[in-house]
Design a protein around this ligand. Structure first.
Ligand code: AMP
Length: 426
């Protein structure tokens, strides 16, 4: 016998009865629908973009020095025409590409879009980190006003609150303007060069290409060096404009009643971020505690060959949110039980049952047994499904032109014609 094929480790099948709780479809649906409700209430519009793009779009999007490019975390494939395609590691680049391609710059600004779906990163998987994971993503394009940053952070917090999560920490930082980063990177190079030999291999590469990334290195040795050298935070290197911008975002958040802490050390893995950067952490999901993050990326559109389009947005990790919901034991709304469970008592009743079911769907939730049952077994199944009603169809019912309808809450039983069923269920 052939070996049974399995899925790629680091990917998840998400279905209602999965043993891999919380990766169950009702949990995912709860997260995505809650996010969608909040974002739609703000007037943001849904956009679907392809899960693959020309690799350049995604590479420019994540920046040439980010882990995603340097460590080859992007899955690529070759098209038949020889063009290299990539599976999206995150959706921002695709959305900005779509904004430019469809001339959204002439729409009233900012254009506020959201999406959700699978993202792909060839990472070493562990709890909370997968090769295929899901994000809800929001982008506000075409405004450089810090009010739009504050709104994005407030919407993100509102989504987690609506989900019922409490242990949230909002960490606000700023990565400054490009010229601030040049100064900061020079400072970091000077600071870390004497330690080059002790740094991890990744960080030695970053020392020249993007020394800020050493600060959020996952290597313990790097973290010890970072602690030892006493790094000044990026926030101290902000020029006057980036500083004023940062203070306005913080001021707006206070007025909106969003609690947050300033995290002076916040750096983002992605190169195109400028000014506002934030992360939302959860106190109890362990090392991989970032539920999501966001930031401003005013230079991205130009990198994609478009006009200058300031933008700000965030990504919410669906799997991380699911883990946090599990940690906090948040009750996920259960799927409603069937209104009616149809029990065919003989072969001829199978099609009759399906006809009745199709007549009542989708106004009512109707399920049926797919083989003839005796009444006792049929009743057992209906009770197990927690149906409100069970209907039995057999030879006697056929001759009288009725079904036997049992109310499973009160126990009362009546004979009704199929045409009367809807009235009884309602
Ligand atoms: P990033 O685009 O790296 O800022 O990620 C945004 C959010 O997506 C993170 O805060 C996580 O919640 C989630 N995320 C990123 N990478 C992964 C992954 N490999 N597996 C699961 N969730 C992830």
């Amino acid at each position: 016998m052939a070996l049974m094929l399995t899925s790629v480790p680091g990917t998840n099948d998400i279905f209602a009865q999965s043993k891999e709780y919380p990766f169950r479809e009702p949990v995912f649906r709860y997260i995505i629908q809650t996010a969608e409700r909040v974002l739609r209430s703000s007037g943001a519009q849904m956009i679907y973009t392809p899960i693959f793009e020309y690799a350049e779009v995604l590479q420019k999007g994540v920046g040439v020095t980010s882990d995603i490019v340097v460590k080859k975390e992007m899955y690529t494939l070759e098209d038949r025409g020889g063009r290299v395609l990539g599976l999206r590691p995150e959706p921002t680049a695709s959305i900005v590409r779509a904004y430019n391609q469809h001339g959204m710059k002439v729409w009233p600004q900012p254009v506020r879009l959201f999406t959700w779906g699978p993202m792909f990163r060839a990472e070493r998987h562990q709890r909370g980190r997968y090769k295929q994971f899901h994000q809800v993503d929001y982008e506000a394009l075409g405004s450089a006003d810090p009010l739009v940053d504050a709104e994005a952070i407030a919407l993100m917090v509102q989504i987690y609150r609506e989900l019922g999560l409490k242990g949230l920490e909002v960490k606000l930082g700023s990565v400054g303007d490009p010229e601030d980063r040049v100064r900061y990177n020079d400072y970091l190079r000077g600071l870390f060069r004497p330690y080059a030999q002790a740094l991890s291999e990744d960080s030695r590469v970053r020392l020249e290409s993007n020394p800020m990334r050493i600060l959020d290195s996952k290597s313990e040795a790097d973290q010890r060096i970072v602690a030892e050298v006493g790094v000044k935070p990026m926030l101290e290197f902000l020029g006057p404009e980036a500083r004023a911008f940062h203070e306005r975002v913080a001021g707006y958040l206070e007025k909106l009643g969003v609690s947050f802490s300033i995290d002076p050390s916040i750096v983002r893995g992605l190169d195109y971020y400028v000014r506002t950067a934030w992360e939302i952490h959860h106190s109890r999901i362990g090392a991989k505690s970032a539920l999501g993050g966001g930031g401003r990326y005013d230079g991205l559109s130009e990198m994609l060959g478009g006009p200058r389009v300031p933008g700000v947005g965030f990504g919410i990790g669906v799997e991380r949110a699911a883990l946090a919901l599990e940690e906090e034991r948040v009750q996920i709304p259960a799927d409603p039980a069937p209104d009616l469970y149809l029990v065919p008592l003989d072969e001829a009743a199978l099609l009759e049952a399906l006809q009745i079911a199709q007549g009542l769907r989708p106004r009512f939730r109707v399920e049926m047994a797919y083989a003839p049952k005796n009444p006792r077994k049929g009743l057992e199944e209906a009770l197990k499904k927690a149906a409100r009603f069970a209907a039995f169809l057999g030879e006697g019912e056929r001759q009288r032109g009725v079904v036997t309808l049992k109310n499973l809450h009160s126990g009362t039983q009546v004979e009704v014609s199929p045409a009367e069923l809807a009235g009884h269920l309602a």
